[in-house]
Ligand binder design. Structure first.
Ligand code: MF3
Ligand code: CO
Ligand code: CO
Length: 269
C-alpha cells in the first residue's frame, strides 16, 4: 500500500470539490442560530449540495467495514460530541458549540472540511477551546512541505493543544483523500515530528484535529456512529483538505466565507 500522488489534472478536479464543500459551510453559517435543529441544517445542506451544486453528499449511506450506513448528509457534533454526530431534532441552544462536517463528491472527487460554530454566545472556556483548536489545525497545515515527515503535523498540533491544557483525540485522524473518501496516509494529530511517511509533491490529505477540554478518552454512542468524550467535556474540531505543493502547501477547501489563517501562523505556498 502506498500514498497516491495526484496529477495537476487531478488537483484541478479536487480543487473544485473542495471549494464546493467550503461553500456549503458558507451557505449554512447564517442558519446556525439558537432554535434550529441539526436535522434542519442537514436538510438545508443536502438540498444545497444536490440541487444547487450538483454534488453528492459523501456521508449519506457511507458504510466503512464494521459500520451501519450513515443515515444523513452531514455530520453535526454538539458540545461533548467529538465527531460523526448524527443530525437530530434537538434544537441548538445559546452557548452550544457545534461542528458541521461537509464532504462533497463532485465529478468523482471528494472535498472534506469542517468548522466549529458557536451558537449565540458561549462560555470563556468553550470560546478558548474553539480558538485553540482552530490554531491547532493551522499550525499543522503550516508544517506541510515536501521532504518533511507527516509526523511534524501531529507534533505541532499536540504541542499547541497541550500547552493550552487541552487534549488530542487519538482514535480518529486525518486521511488521504481524492477519488476515495478515506485513503492513505493516516494523519495523526499527535506524535513525533520524525515519524510517518515523507511528504511529496502531489499528496492530498485532510488535517482535522479533534481537541477536548478535558481528557482524551472517547466513547461511542449506541447509534454506532456518534463519538463523545468519555468525561463529557467539550470537544471542538476544524478540518481542511490540503495538497503538498513543490514548495509548501495549498489549502484546497477555501471559499469566500472561510475564516482566515490566524495571523501568528505563516504558510509557505
Ligand atoms: N467527514 C468525516 C471526516 O472528516 C467523515 C464522516 S464519515 C460519516 O473524515 F459517515 F460519518 F459521514
Ligand atoms: Co476528513
Ligand atoms: Co470531514
Amino acid at each position: 500500500m502506498s500514498i497516491s500522488i495526484k496529477s495537476d489534472a487531478d488537483i484541478e478536479k479536487l480543487r473544485i470539490a473542495c471549494r464546493l464543500a467550503s461553500e456549503v459551510l458558507d451557505y449554512i453559517t447564517p442558519y446556525v442560530k439558537p432554535g434550529v435543529t441539526t436535522e434542519e441544517l442537514d436538510t438545508l445542506c443536502h438540498d444545497y449540495m444536490v440541487n444547487v451544486q450538483g454534488c453528492i453528499p459523501a456521508p449519506l449511506n457511507y458504510a466503512p467495514p464494521g459500520y451501519t450506513p450513515y443515515p444523513k448528509s452531514i455530520c453535526a457534533s454538539v458540545n461533548h460530541q467529538i465527531c460523526h454526530g448524527i443530525p437530530n431534532v434537538r434544537p441548538l441552544k445559546k452557548g452550544d458549540i457545534v461542528n458541521l462536517d461537509i464532504t462533497t463528491i463532485k465529478d468523482g472527487w471528494h472535498g472534506d472540511t469542517s468548522r466549529t460554530f458557536i451558537v449565540g454566545e458561549t462560555s470563556i472556556l468553550a470560546k478558548r477551546l474553539v480558538d485553540v483548536t482552530y490554531e491547532c489545525m493551522w499550525l499543522g497545515i503550516a508544517q506541510v512541505k515536501p521532504g518533511v515527515r507527516l509526523g511534524a503535523v501531529g507534533a505541532a498540533i499536540q504541542k499547541h493543544a497541550e500547552k493550552n491544557g487541552f487534549s488530542v483525540v487519538r482514535e480518529f485522524c486525518g486521511h488521504g483523500i481524492g477519488q476515495v473518501f478515506h485513503e492513505e496516509p493516516q494523519v495523526l494529530h499527535y506524535g513525533k515530528s520524525s515519524d510517518g511517511p515523507m511528504l511529496q509533491t502531489g499528496m492530498t490529505f485532510t488535517i482535522e484535529p479533534m481537541i477536548n477540554a478535558g481528557r482524551a478518552a472517547i466513547s461511542e454512542l449506541p447509534d454506532g456512529w456518534t463519538i463523545v468524550t468519555k468525561d463529557r467535556s467539550l470537544s471542538a474540531q476544524f478540518e481542511h483538505t490540503v495538497r503538498v505543493t513543490q514548495t509548501g502547501v495549498e489549502v484546497l477547501t477555501v471559499s469566500a466565507g472561510a475564516p482566515p489563517c490566524p495571523p501568528q501562523v505563516v504558510l509557505t505556498p
